[in-house]
Design a protein around this ligand. Structure first.
Ligand code: IPE
Ligand code: IPE
Ligand code: MG
Length: 240
């Protein structure tokens, strides 16, 4: 068993990761950015497997943001192809490892074949009872909040909800993440100290961990370090 596992005693129920640094990883090696994304997909497989083994219940991976559509067409298209291939080739493994796949974001923005593959993989793994893997795709937290407000207004207009009843819990039920608990630990790779439009509502009391490690190098030992650091935090939620 890996040495780095020895000191892990507290396991976050929900880990969210801003998987960043694929481009820089490739650049350091004189490779095209897409090579960084390709190797980054191997990190995804390893981190998913390890989270399952550790007993993490939910893992949210920020894979493509609302703003990432602004990237060159070729890079966007390479990312979409990679996503589709990942889902196609890894669904059997998810089933075998009891991983239930879910997705959040404006999924209807994804290319048709990608959407279809995504829904097939979600459907196939829907009975799995181990780790829930949530892919954030064409996801933006501001977009999610706007969609949530529209959904709330619709409920009020239809008479299903009284405006006076709206509180934090009811609002949260109108977000993409309504089925999941808030993240306990948010990891960002590659050293950037920003949120980049990720889960603005849900991370109110999430513990933040930033590592210089670039995503393609983020493997199980790096995950263990993050989880260990989480175990040393004292969460107070505003109390003393
Ligand atoms: C993360 O790596 C992958 C996506 C955002 C899709 P980047 O592509 O952002 O890599 P850097 O930040 O340019 O190194
Ligand atoms: C955040 O990374 C989005 C994902 C990891 C999918 P970016 O690379 O897009 O973020 P910025 O542009 O550096 O803030
Ligand atoms: Mg980046």
């Amino acid at each position: 068993m890996s040495r780095s596992l020895d000191e892990i005693k507290i396991i976050p129920r929900h880990i969210a990761i801003i998987m960043d640094g694929n481009g820089r990883w490739a650049k350091e090696r004189g490779l095209p950015r897409t090579e960084g994304h390709r190797i980054g997909a191997d990190s995804v497989s390893e981190v998913v497997e390890e989270c399952g083994k550790l007993g993490v219940e939910f893992l949210t991976l920020y894979a493509f943001s609302s703003e990432n559509w602004k990237r060159p067409k070729r890079e966007v298209s390479a990312l979409m192809t990679l996503l589709e291939r990942f889902l196609k080739t890894k669904t059997a493994e998810m089933l075998e490892k009891n991983v239930r796949l879910q997705a959040i974001g404006r999924l209807h923005d994804l290319p048709k074949s990608c959407q279809e593959q995504l829904h097939r993989s979600i459907e196939k793994t829907s009975q799995c009872t181990g780790l829930t893997l949530i892919l954030a795709l064409s996801y933006g937290a501001r977009e999610e909040i706007v969609d949530g407000i529209k959904s709330l207004l619709e409920s009020v207009e239809k008479g299903h909800l009284d405006k006076a009843m709206i509180d934090n819990d009811i609002f949260a039920k109108h977000l993409y993440t309504r089925y999941y608990p808030d993240p306990d630990l948010l990891i960002r790779t590659s050293g950037e100290l920003r949120i980049s439009n990720f889960m603005l509502w849900q991370i109110s009391y999430t513990e933040f961990y930033v590592t210089e490690t670039l995503w393609p190098d983020f493997r199980k030992e790096a995950l263990h370090l993050a989880v260990k650091a989480y175990g040393q935090r004292q969460r107070r939620f505003g109390a003393i």
